[in-house]
Every structure is written in structure tokens, then in C-alpha cells.
Design a protein around this ligand. Structure first.
Ligand code: GLN
Length: 490
């Protein structure tokens, strides 16, 4: 059942908010031992929130758009009074004294918080394997990773442990796990959604977005979280259009760009390629015109990202110094310990290996004598990537690529080889580099029954077009009706 249908049923009193919340809490209790999507489940609060919605309905109040919709929130979004850990030892006990803008908008719209979801430590990774809480598992096959870094948010939706969730996407962290888990994941235009209260990773790339089981629900969630925020100076002032109304606008005549480089990408699984091309032909059958386009700089995305993102991360993570909040190393005789020693030991013990690797790379790239050769150069290449997009959007309305070169991989498959792990984001990173909106939605299954994702990308603030094309594809392809048996997918 989608959110719109749920809203009608609630209004008519056919189902209560409490019933919907209890259903999901029961589901969480049943599958979490196998999936581990949540870092914390806020059951008491969820029931109280749901009861409040039911009471408001009984009193004849007008219900807000997401009344009683149970959601899960990536654990790098600050929730007042609810632990926000970034799946790191560094923040294992951190309880924020304030609420992020996106989550406060969800609660004002009547949504119910089921809990916080697991991620790669500080959102750095593509598999959730670096979480201090242990990895989340893919609901389609628990021997596989759910993707990352928002793996918990994607797995929770796929396993029916929530109606929708929020994640963050710095270099693919919404879209890649959405593809691996067979759900819809949307990264909005940079600045479309406020970053206030999102624990910063790479501030020029980070963007919050929704996961859902279908495109219309993703539109519902985006509708609520999008829009201007005086607390985030990078948040755009552009008015928020009616995304739901955009879905059914006809797509015939739209030009869909097939990005040649993405279909020739290193390590692209032929089964993924065929499935994504079939999705393109499905759009053609709906009256869209397929146009091959070239974006030669896309393949430089990874190298560019792994200079810019660690550089910004090294600055953002400097605040974890063991003094103000977060983990502090303990010393037998604290009287004789210097500040430098305390900070150094706190950071050494509080951060995991991947986070340390990023801090080291970033500090190096920003250091005097290297900043021009690395950081500045990377920013220049970023401009070239953006120009590739500009040129492409001069000729087409929307770009189509695979979301990830492969389907979900096994645990440990890339753990010893960071470069192999980084390649998982080859096709998602360019949209972050250019600040463009992009969506991943299921388009098929591989021979092992694992979902495959197709990625659509549009120009700045063209989320309506993105959702519209995605919705038409979803309605025509009916991918989930062909799904194979899966362990934990309801
Ligand atoms: N996997 C990429 C990384 O490790 C992207 C992460 C993200 O988007 N948060 O940095």
C-alpha cells in the first residue's frame, strides 16, 4: 500500500495509525536479528506518536500529509533526544540537543519515527561493513551487503520494516543501496533539501533524500523535506513544486540520453547492462526517444571525488577532538596528560580505519604545497564533469545509466581493497559532482535473483521531470511483479 492510499484509509477510519506502527514494530522484531538495519528502535515513542495521530483523527482534526506514516532515519541525521551515532565509536553515546530540519519537517507532517538506521561509519563506504554496530544484511540474500553508506535505510524499506526512510548521498549513498536492495532512492539537487542537522561528511556534496518502495512515495517524502531553510546557507530558495502532480504528466516525446561511457564502464556486469538497456527500451515504447550521448569526463569522477570528499571530511571531522563531545580516551593518570595526547588518543580510538584513511588523504591533499596539485585540480575536473552534463542536457531531457556496475556483492568481497570498494560508486558520483538530482529504481534481477537498479539523472531542480519519467517506467515495467523468491522481502 502506498502513502496516498494509506492516507485515505486512515481518513476513513479503516485502519489506525497505531495498527500500522505496530505492524512495522512486529516486523522489525521478527527480521532484525537477520537484517540489522536499525541502530536503535524507538518503539515507545513510535506508539505514542501513532496514538496521538489516532486521537487527532477521532477529534475530527485535519490530518497532515504524512499522518501516521512510520519512517526510519539514517543515523547521521540529528534527532533530538534520540542517539545519533553515525555508526561510529566516536559518537556512540551522542544524544543531540536539537533536531535536523528534514526530520522536524517529517514530524510536523505527522510521520512516526520507528528508529535510526545503520550506515558505514560517518557515511564512508558502500556496504555498511564499517559500522561499529556490525553490517546490515541484504533482505534479498543475507549473504550479500545491502550497499552503502545508507545500507540500513535501504534494507529497512526492502524488508518491510518501515514505509520509507531517509538517507544521505555524498557519492551515491542513497542510490547504490537502493539498487542493491530493490527499492527507490532519490538524491535531490544539491541545496534542494536542507543539510541542517545532517552530520557533515563532504559539505559541497552531501544531500539528504528519501527511500521508498515506489516512486510516488518517494515524491511524497521529498515534498515534505524539500525547501528553503535559513539554517543552511547552501539551501536553495526556489519554491517547491507539487511533485505528486508531476508524476502523471505524459512522457511521450521526451529525449532520454544513453550515456555511452557508463555502458562501457570498467567492471560493468553484462547482466546489469542488458537489464538497464531493456529499461531504456521500455521508455522508448512509452514514446520517449533514445539518444546516445557522450560524457567523457564521467570516468574521472571517482578520482576527483576521492580528493574532494576526503579533503572536506578531514576538515569536518576535525571537530571530534575529545573535548566538546563524543568519545574521549580514558587515562589512568589524567593529570599528566597533555591536550595533544588526549586528542590524539581519542581520535585514534574513536575512529575506524576507513575514516582514518579519509582523514589522512584529505589532510595530505589540503596541505601547503599540495593543495594546488590535488584539491584545486580536482575542483577544476569537477567543472569539466559539470560541463559534460551541461552539454548532454542541451540535447536530452534526462540521462539514463546503470546505478551500480554490479548487483550486491558478498561480505568481505572488497574489504581488503579500498579501490575496488570505491569503484562501486563509479556511476553515481558524477551527479554529486555536478549537484544534480538523480534517482535509482529497480529494473530487473540477475541470475541469482538480486535486484538491478537503473539510474535517471536530470538538470538542476528538475526533480519533477525525474520523478515523472521514473513513475512512468515503474508503471509500465512492473518489475516487482517478476521478482524471485527472497528471504526477507515481504
Ligand atoms: N561510497 C562513497 C564513499 O565511500 C559514497 C558515500 C556517500 O555517498 N556517503 O565515500
Amino acid at each position: 500500500m502506498g502513502i496516498a492510499e494509506w492516507r485515505e484509509q486512515l481518513k476513513r477510519g479503516e485502519v489506525s495509525a497505531r495498527e500500522l506502527t505496530d505492524h512495522h514494530l512486529n516486523r522489525i522484531a521478527a527480521v532484525e536479528p537477520s537484517i540489522n538495519a536499525y541502530t536503535e528502535v524507538t518503539a515507545d515513542r513510535a506508539r505514542a506518536d501513532a496514538d496521538r495521530i489516532d486521537a487527532a483523527r477521532a477529534a475530527g482534526e485535519v490530518l497532515p500529509p504524512l499522518a501516521g506514516v512510520p519512517l526510519a532515519i539514517k543515523d547521521n541525521l540529528c534527532t533530538r533526544g534520540v542517539r545519533t551515532t553515525c555508526s561510529s565509536r566516536m559518537l556512540e553515546t551522542f544524544v543531540p540537543p536539537y533536531e535536523s530540519t528534514v526530520t522536524s519537517r517529517l514530524w510536523e507532517s505527522g510521520a512516526v519515527l520507528l528508529g535510526k538506521t545503520n550506515l558505514d561509519e560517518f557515511a564512508m563506504g558502500s556496504s555498511t561493513e564499517t559500522s561499529v554496530f556490525g553490517p546490515s544484511r541484504n533482505p534479498w540474500n543475507t549473504d550479500k551487503v545491502p550497499g552503502g553508506s545508507s545500507g540500513g535505510s535501504a534494507a529497512a524499506v526492502a524488508a518491510g520494516e518501515c514505509v520509507g526512510s531517509l538517507g544521505s548521498d555524498t557519492g551515491g549513498s542513497i542510490r547504490q543501496p537502493a539498487a542493491f536492495c530493490g527499492v527507490v532512492g532519490l538524491k535531490p539537487t544539491y541545496g534542494r533539501v536542507s543539510r541542517y542537522g545532517l552530520v557533515a561528511f563532504a559539505s559541497s556534496l552531501d544531500q539528504v533524500g528519501p527511500f521508498a518502495t515506489n516512486v510516488a512515495d518517494a515524491a511524497e517524502l521529498l515534498q515534505v523535506i524539500a525547501g528553503e531553510d535559513p539554517r543552511d546557507s547552501t539551501c536553495l530558495k526556489a519554491p517547491v513544486p507539487d511533485y505528486r502532480a508531476a508524476l502523471q504528466q505524459p512522457v511521450a516525446g521526451l529525449k532520454v540520453g544513453i550515456v555511452r561511457e557508463c555502458f562501457e564502464a570498467e567492471g560493468l556486469d553484462p547482466v546489469v547492462k542488458a537489464s538497464v538497456m531493456a529499461a531504456a527500451h521500455q521508455l522508448e515504447a512509452l514514446g520517449c526517444e533514445l539518444v546516445e550521448v557522450s560524457c567523457p569526463r564521467f570516468n574521472d569522477g571517482i578520482a576527483t571525488y576521492y580528493v574532494i570528499a576526503p579533503s572536506e571530511a578531514s576538515a569536518n571531522l576535525a571537530r571530534y577532538d575529545g573535548v566538546k563531545y563524543g568519545y574521549r580516551a580514558s587515562f589512568a593518570d589524567s593529570g599528566s596528560v597533555s591536550l595533544a595526547e588526549m586528542t590524539s588518543r581519542s581520535r585514534a580510538e574513536g575512529f575506524g580505519d576507513e575514516v582514518k584513511r579519509r582523514i589522512l588523504i584529505g589532510t595530505y591533499a589540503l596541505s601547503a604545497g599540495y593543495v594546488d596539485a590535488y584539491y584545486k585540480k580536482a575542483q577544476q575536473v569537477r567543472t569539466l564533469i559539470r560541463r559534460d552534463f551541461d552539454r548532454a542536457f542541451g540535447a536530452v531531457d534526462v540521462l539514463l545509466t546503470p546505478t551500480s556496475p554490479t548487483t550486491a556483492f558478498g561480505f568481505g568481497a572488497h574489504s581488503e581493497d579500498p579501490l575496488a570498494m570505491y569503484l562501486a560508486d563509479l556511476l553515481t558520483i558524477p551527479a554529486n559532482m555536478a549537484g544534480l538530482p538523480a534517482i535509482s529504481l529497480p529494473c530487473g534481477f540477475d541470475g541469482a535473483g538480486l535486484p538491478i537498479g537503473v539510474q535517471l539523472i536530470t538538470g538542476v531542480l528538475q526533480e519533477e521531470r525525474l520523478l515523472q519519467v521514473a513513475w512512468h517506467y515503474e508503471q509500465a515495467a512492473r518489475v516487482m511483479e517478476q521478482r524471485p523468491e527472497a528471504a526477507f522481502v515481504p
